[in-house]
Design a binder for this molecule. Structure first.
Ligand code: NI
Length: 168
């Protein structure tokens, strides 16, 4: 396994629609493992492939209390049903230190594939539902920056560019 670098907004890879996964090979399993290691090290509860620079439709989520015991891998995910709404204060590993209130569905049913290409369906509520919607946004080239107004977005980019430059 290997730790990957997490891409910081406004990197272009975060603004592009990710490509469907078509090959369910060993390389895909390694990617999922590397993403998990990277997410746990961060630490975070969710991570999309384009956040590590790979424009493929795969994201992972682990909302377990110990944040290491309930890894869910979603490949080519689609939300097939939603119910209710809520507002959640969301963070994102590509927006270090930033938290934004986002309106989301309270409950979602998602259809996706696992690393063997097998289809599954899952219904999630609360934080899990929010994380699924947040990560799916990433795969569609959307992120927290698209949930705020123009001025706030400009301020966020300025702040993130400072953080990025301080890491060089
Ligand atoms: Ni995110």
């Amino acid at each position: 396994m290997a730790l990957k670098n997490i891409v910081i907004y406004p990197d272009e890879v975060l603004k592009k629609n990710c490509e469907p996964v078509t090959d369910f090979n060993d390389q895909l399993k390694v990617l999922a493992e590397d993403m998990a290691e990277t997410m746990y090290a961060a630490p975070g509860v969710g991570l999309a492939a384009n956040q590590v620079g790979i424009s493929k439709r795969i994201f992972i989520i682990d909302i377990a209390e110990d944040n290491q015991s309930d890894l869910n891998v979603f490949i080519n995910p689609e939300i097939i049903d939603i119910e209710g709404d809520l507002v959640w204060e969301e963070g994102c590993l590509s927006f270090p230190g930033m938290y934004i209130d986002v309106e989301r569905a309270a409950k979602v049913t998602v259809k996706a594939q696992n690393t063997d290409g097998e289809f599954f369906e899952l219904t999630a509520e609360g934080l899990f539902a929010v994380a699924i919607q947040h990560e799916l946004d990433h795969l569609n080239g959307k992120s927290l920056a698209d949930k705020v107004g123009y001025l706030k977005k400009k301020m966020m980019i300025k702040e993130l560019t400072k953080i990025k430059n301080s890491k060089k």
